[in-house]
Design a protein around this ligand. Structure first.
Ligand code: MG
Length: 264
């Protein structure tokens, strides 16, 4: 099933996709699927990020092809970092290119969405806490990543954690999905999740041994080879087999600086 969040009459609603329509739900899909009579044409809705994570956890250097591209030897454990909840952006929302950055990259990633509050989940029980999967764009100020020596600034700007367009509960085997990034329609990243060094189940189990995972938390599994820069005006698409296409445009930060994040 595919679950969406959207806004109607100033209110955030939750829905399930039925063909080309969205059936409204009584409450958030994390609390059980209770369909209502109301439905909308999917194309007419402005979708929001499909969840409101308390944190976006991201893995670095978790694809064999990307580790080679960056000149890394294969790590024993992946790098784990976080994006603040204020970095969240949804499908169709502009990615803001900050004045402070000299190079801003796309990173197409498969992301896991947590459906149950949990801690120290053994690998064989991980399916109970995974709600579904979505597309993620781990937008990165590449120049600041190397300049700072750690990644909080490079990865943490508003709109640098792009999630959506929906949560798919059954995309097929998460270890066998194609991951594609297109910039202005041109393919820039093309890989498969069988290139992951640490697979999805092991990632969730490992991260849950470090910190409590909350409902709606997002774990991005790393990006494959082919990373590269974007410019204001570009359209970037992250497509994951069995899930869909996450599409955004890049825009320059306003002259006077960006406004505070307004996240629904
Ligand atoms: Mg990444």
């Amino acid at each position: 099933m595919r679950f969406v969040r959207y806004q109607v009459d100033g209110e955030v609603r939750h829905g399930v996709i039925e063909g080309d329509r969205v059936r409204e739900l009584l409450r958030t899909f994390f609390d059980g699927v209770v369909p209502m009579a109301t439905s909308y044409a999917l194309d007419d809705l402005d979708l929001l990020a499909p969840c409101r994570p308390t944190k976006m956890l991201c893995l670095g250097i978790n694809y064999r092809d990307h580790a080679e591209e960056m000149g890394h030897t294969l790590p024993e454990e992946p790098v784990l970092f976080m994006k603040p909840p204020t970095a969240l952006a949804g499908p169709g929302q502009p990615i803001v290119y900050p004045h402070m950055a000299g190079r801003v990259d796309y990173e197409a990633e498969l992301a896991i969405v947590i459906g149950r509050r949990c801690r120290s989940v053994p690998p064989e029980k991980v399916d109970k806490v995974i709600f579904g999967y979505t597309c993620f764009n781990d937008v990165t100020a590449r120049d600041l990543q190397s300049k700072d020596g750690q990644w909080t600034r490079a990865k943490g700007f508003d709109t640098f954690g792009v999630v959506g367009p929906w949560i798919e509960t059954d995309p097929g085997d998460p270890g066998r999905l194609s991951v594609t990034c297109r910039l202005n329609g041109e393919v820039r990243q093309s890989s498969r999740t069988d290139q992951l060094i640490v697979d999805c189940r092991s990632i969730v189990s490992w991260v849950s041994r470090i910190m409590t995972l909350e409902v709606g938390d997002v774990i991005a599994t790393g990006t494959p080879a082919g990373i590269g820069p974007m410019q204001p005006g570009d359209e970037v698409e992250v497509e994951i087999e069995g899930i869909g296409v996450l599409r955004n445009t890049v825009e320059a930060e306003r002259e006077k600086g960006a406004k505070p994040a307004h996240i629904l």
